[in-house]
Design a protein around this ligand. Structure first.
Ligand SMILES: C[S@@+](CC[C@H](N)C(=O)[O-])C[C@H]1O[C@@H](n2cnc3c(N)ncnc32)[C@H](O)[C@@H]1O
Length: 183
């Protein structure tokens, strides 16, 4: 990773709690996984100030891939994400959408290698219903906060674990990641 990007990520870590960012450990995990799997097209729901998006886009930049990420907070977090993506020099690998998922997602690609869910917990099932069919076989949905928000995400977890088209495994990285692979 370029020093400039690593320094920016480090700087953003000081405001992690304010912007509800993933942990650096989770960022590193996503970055390595995307490079290893050679994923090219990724959707993130919940950009906040762009911290996780930078980890993801950095990995995608090695394969000329692209991240689509959506943020609904128009006044503060959306403009911050835009600014941070520019500072990272990764903007050409990122499309930042201002809007609310899942209804404002039609402009995101129809087929995806991976989706990362990190937004309003009670909406996850609605993200899954729209995004699940767009994930390619062998692709993944990664859901954050599965341990920290176990109760709020129970219905979602039960639903995806019962679905025979998906193989899910909870891993203890950061606040808990559910890795769901499409069969
Ligand atoms: C946990 S934060 C995301 C943190 C970010 N992924 C990171 O680690 O840098 C959740 C963000 O999702 C946004 N959000 C919540 N529900 C959303 C929705 N349905 N569509 C788009 N954005 C949403 C919130 O405004 C908030 O900024």
């Amino acid at each position: 990773m370029k020093k400039k990007i690593a320094n920016l990520l480090k700087e953003l870590e000081s405001t992690r709690k304010t912007y509800f960012n993933i942990s650096p450990e989770t960022g590193k995990f996503l970055n390595l996984l995307i490079k290893e799997r050679k994923y090219k097209t990724i959707l993130e729901i919940g950009a906040s100030n762009g911290y996780s998006g930078i980890w993801i886009a950095e990995a995608l930049s090695h394969a000329e891939g692209h991240l689509h990420t959506i943020e609904s907070n128009e006044k503060k977090r959306y403009p911050l994400a835009k600014e941070n993506f520019e500072l990272s020099s990764l903007s050409k690998y990122i499309t930042l959408i201002l809007g609310h998922a899942p209804e404002d997602l039609p402009e995101a690609p129809k087929t995806l290698d991976m989706a990362f869910f990190d937004a309003t917990k009670h909406e996850h099932l609605s993200y899954f219903k729209i995004i699940g069919p767009r994930i390619k076989k062998g692709g993944m949905i990664i859901t954050d906060n599965m341990i920290s928000h176990k109760k709020e995400l129970k219905t979602y977890r039960d639903h995806i674990e019962k679905d025979h088209n998906w193989d899910s495994e909870l891993i203890h990285v950061g606040t808990g990641l559910l890795i769901s692979i499409k069969k």
